[in-house]
Design a protein around this ligand. Sequence first.
Ligand SMILES: [Zn+2]
Length: 356
Amino acid sequence: MVEADTRKRYKRLINKLICFLIYYSGIYYILKSIFMENGIYIFFYHSILDTKKCKEAGELISLSSVDKKSFEQQIRYFKKKYTPVSMDEAHDLLRSNKPFNKKYVVITIDDGYKDNFIYGYDLFKKYKMSPTIFLTANNVDKSAYLWPDILRYLVYNTAKTSVKVDIYDIHYEVDFDTIYDRINFLDSIKEDIKKYNEEIKYEIIDYLSNLLDVKVKKDCDLMLNWDEVKKLNSIGVNFGAHTLNHPILSTLSAEDATDEIYGSKVLIEARTNKKVEHFAYPNGRDCDISEYCINEVKKYYKTAVTTTPGINKTGEDLMRLKRIGLAYDLNIIDLKVKILYFCIIDSINNLKKLKS
Ligand SMILES: [Zn+2]
């Protein structure tokens, strides 16, 4: 495990070095002029954290969260270099079918964590941003943990120093010597659990709760409450739906998928008295979304966002909008190179589509 940590740290360092070289060698500007086209850039985040505080408290930081300072720097950068728009405005721009003459940015945040209010409220107000937060409606309504957060809680709080996991197709023998052992284990097992349906997912979580000998506390203070949702709404933050319970939609029956897609809209509208017109597919890759789901989403929403990276241009499918995921503590150079990297991937994907 120690070796794996060292490898991971080296990998991060090498990535940073590559970003630095690409940027300062001038290659960045050549590639940028070729691949960074005008259009709508939709970025997505999850939690916003004070990572310094978390580290001091010895807390496990989810790699999908963004550091509050980096987030502010990124917002400042987007305000300077892009034209910020809301999801509604992005929809109208895409519907108008006119070619884009500049780069627009939409900030989206998935799941509905309370830290979006704690750290986001002042930031969004200060920079006059109108991001869209996609709520996992039942988790917000019932103040309930999302399963990856239960998993993190179990792995972080276990007193066990080694475990042997043996359930379904999931097999591990792990020693928890350092905090990195826990992080690596969490990252791997989360991917393993994702592919199972909701029933099995929670069966595995129960199994792990027993195995790790940790009980999950019932009172969850991780998600936004409706009062915070309303306060954010009053400063221009919009709310979209991200299903009721965050399942992988393609694993559900037609009836269950419709419940998740339509039910989340109904619940959020009832609690906020605002129309909910934008949707984010959980996990959001092509394999997580079926044709049936897309048709259902189309009945109830104006747009839907995926996690396929790329730029949204004229003629984009409004039910499969592309997004670029941002997390952790990217500085502005890393950010610029990362966005460029996804623009190149998008161009390659578009070329492949044209050929087929
Ligand atoms: Zn999500």
